[in-house]
Design a protein around this ligand. Sequence first.
Ligand SMILES: [Zn+2]
Length: 332
Amino acid sequence: MSQITSEHFREFDPSSIPAGSKLSQYYHIATLANGDPLRLAVLVAKGTQPGKTLVALGGVHGDEYEGPHAIREAFKHIDPSQMQGDFIGVPQCNVPAFLAGTRTSPIDGLNLARVFPGTLDGTVTERIAYYLGKHVISHADLLVDLQRPGPNMNMPSLIGYHEGESVLAKQSREAAFAFGMPVLWGHPNVSKGRTLSFAYENRIPGLYTESPGGNWLHLDESTRYTRGVLNLMRHLNIIDGEIEKENPTHHLIGDGNVDIVPTTSAGGYFIPKVKVLDRVNKGDLIGRVVGLAGETHDTIYSDSDGVVIMIRATPSVVPGDTVFLVTKEYQG
Ligand SMILES: [Zn+2]
């Protein structure tokens, strides 16, 4: 492991890092109200030969644990003397949220995945977005954002990509197949404020992952993410070797905006009647919310035909909680 030092984030410049070396360094983002510095760790492996650059981000939400571990494992695995091109990883993008164990920042309440491109003189989260966009994502030929649901929702292990006819969308789709996940989920639209939307606006194809959530680290899922990151480096010819992938079981398509999903109208104890990847028709029973004596508070039916891509796993619900999301099967 190289020596770890700290610089201001504006000093981050992968072109200044010698070819054939690895560098792990902390970069100063802001000084917090209590005087503590806020720093992000950036891991760079610079190939001996020039080539493409893969950027991998983890922990954009603070309560998503597989990505940070996967990025550090992929970084350990790669040998810059054997690389044609570069790898840049930011394992834990939203440090304040990680320290608090929350999705959003405890400092300004903002969701890092909704504020891109950020601003230099904004709040802490907006400043993180600014530095990640301007100094990290901008170097990418391909971006992968290693997400997963937070503590309450369950999703299958999937790779999300931009589905469409543009060159950028096609690059995103090819890279999604190379990542090697069992489930692919194409999105015709990419919502604003995300790492991926920032990348698209800068002509960079992007991908993101999801997998079962929960308030703990799933090591098997993290291993899948590491394998996927290495596969993307093979796909970009940064490293040699065969792509190792699982056969896709599902190819799905839909907007995938988890901000707009069916919610409960009553609180209580949620009992799901379906599992992730079940096929459902519009009007099928998704689950019930019951009271403490078992009386029915709410009955939830599917709003469309398709495949269950997300289902609530935590029984305790209040009115307005997200309970499920159904998406379509790709017809191609
Ligand atoms: Zn997330």
